[in-house]
Design a protein around this ligand. Structure first.
Ligand SMILES: *Cc1c(COP(=O)(O)O)cnc(C)c1O
Length: 308
C-alpha cells in the first residue's frame, strides 16, 4: 500500500523556499522511511507462507518498531536481534515489547553469527523465517525510495516548482540509493545530498553506491552514478545516536517555529547539517526540499531528556 506524503513549505525568514516532505506522516506506526520500506517487504512476505520475520537493530530502531508492528498485525512471530551496547529502554523498544517481538541482545560483534544461528534453528524446527536486513536495506528498500522520488516529481509538476537541492538523514544509505536511482531514471538535474548521521567516507558513500549498482543492474554508467551520489560526513558530530546541545537547540527551534518534531539521531542532526551547508554554500535563495524521514517516537525520548 503506497501513501503519498505531504510536502509543506516552512515559514522561515532565513530560508526563502524551504519545503519538507513529511515521511513521518505515513499513517502507520508513526510512519517514517522504515514504514515506507516495510510496506514493500511485507508485500513480498505476504506472497509466501512465512511464519517468522527476523531482523536486527538497536532498541532505538524505527525499523524494528515498524516490522514488529506489521508482524503482530498478521499474527506472525518477530525476532529482533540487537546489540547489547545500545539496548536501553526507549519508546521504540517498549512498542517492540508490546507487539510481542522476541528480542535477543548480544554483543555487537556477535550479532551476525546470532542471526545465522537463529535462522538455522527456526528452519530446523520446521518454521519458515523471512529475513530483513537492518534498516530495511536491500533492493526492496531502495525501490521504496524510487517511489518516493516519483512522488517528488509529481509534486513539482503540479506545483510548478523545481527543487535545486534535496537533503535528508543518510544511515544505511538505502533511502539515498532509492532517490539517486529515481533521479537517474527520470534524468533530471539537481543535487541530492545525504547528510551522514554516523558513517564516514569513503565507506559511507561506497555503501550507497553499492546499493545503487545493485538496484540498477548495470543500466547506467559508473560515471553517472559517481556524479550523483553526494554523501556528506561533515555533520556526524560525535557518532551514531550521540546528542549535542546544538542538536537539541535545532529540535527545540523546529518544534517552536515550525511545529515540526525532529529527533537527535536522524532528522535533527540532518536538519542542522543542512542549515550549516546552506549557509556555508550561500544557497539560501534556492528551492530546497528536506525529507523528514520519521522517528517520531525518538522525539519523545528526546523530550524526556530536555530540561527547562
Ligand atoms: C533509518 C532512518 C534514517 C536513515 O535511513 P537509511 O535508509 O538507513 O539511510 C533516517 N531517518 C530516520 C528517522 C530513520 O529511522
Amino acid at each position: 500500500m503506497a501513501y503519498m506524503t505531504p510536502i509543506c513549505k516552512l515559514n522561515s525568514d532565513e530560508f526563502k523556499s524551504l519545503y519538507v516532505k513529511r515521511e513521518d506522516m505515513i499513517p502507520y506506526s508513526f510512519g517514517g522511511n522504515k514504514a515506507r520500506k516495510a510496506f514493500l517487504f511485507f508485500e513480498d512476505i505476504d506472497k509466501g507462507d512465512y511464519d517468522y520475520v527476523v531482523t536486527y537493530g538497536s532498541s532505538h530502531s524505527n525499523h524494528c518498531r515498524v516490522v514488529a508492528n506489521m508482524a503482530a498485525e498478521r499474527g506472525m512471530k518477530c525476532v529482533i536481534i540487537g546489540p547489547q551496547e545500545v539496548s536501553d529502554s526507549t519508546y521504540n523498544s517498549r512498542m517492540m515489547e508490546l507487539f510481542g517481538a522476541e528480542i535477543i541482545t548480544v554483543p555487537v560483534n556477535d550479532v551476525s553469527a546470532t542471526i545465522d544461528s537463529k535462522m538455522q534453528e527456526l528452519t530446523d524446527y520446521g518454521h519458515k523465517p523471512y529475513f530483513i536486513m537492518g534498516g530495511g536495506h536491500g533492493n526492496i528498500g531502495t525501490q521504496a525510495y524510487v517511489e518516493c522520488y516519483d512522488e517528488i516529481i509529481e509534486f513539482e509538476k503540479e506545483n510548478k516548482i523545481h527543487f535545486d537541492y534535496i537533503f535528508f538523514a543518510s544511515g544505511t544509505g538505502t533511502t539515498q540509493a532509492g532517490l539517486v536511482c529515481g533521479q537517474l531514471i527520470h534524468g533530471d538535474d539537481r543535487k541530492i545530498i545525504g547528510i551522514s548521521i554516523a558513517r564516514k567516507n569513503p565507506r559511507g558513500r561506497d555503501v550507497v553506491i553499492d546499493s545503487i549498482r545493485d538496484y540498477l543492474n548495470g543500466e547506467y554508467s559508473e560515471g553517472e552514478i559517481q556524479d550523483k551520489t553526494i554523501f556528506l560526513d561533515d555533520y556526524t558530530g560525535d557518532g551514531y545516536g550521540v546528542d549535542s546541545t546544538e542538536i537539541q537547540g535545532t529540535i527545540e527551534k523546529s518544534l517552536v517555529m515550525y511545529g515540526m518534531p525532529l529527533d537527535s539521531t536522524y532528522t535533527g542532526k540532518a536538519f542542522l547539517g543542512m542549515e550549516k551547508y546552506i549557509r556555508q554554500n550561500s544557497i539560501a535563495d534556492k528551492n530546497i526540499l528536506f525529507i523528514h524521514t520519521g522517528g517520531t517516537p525518538l522525539f519523545f525520548d528526546e523530550l524526556n531528556k530536555m530540561r527547562r
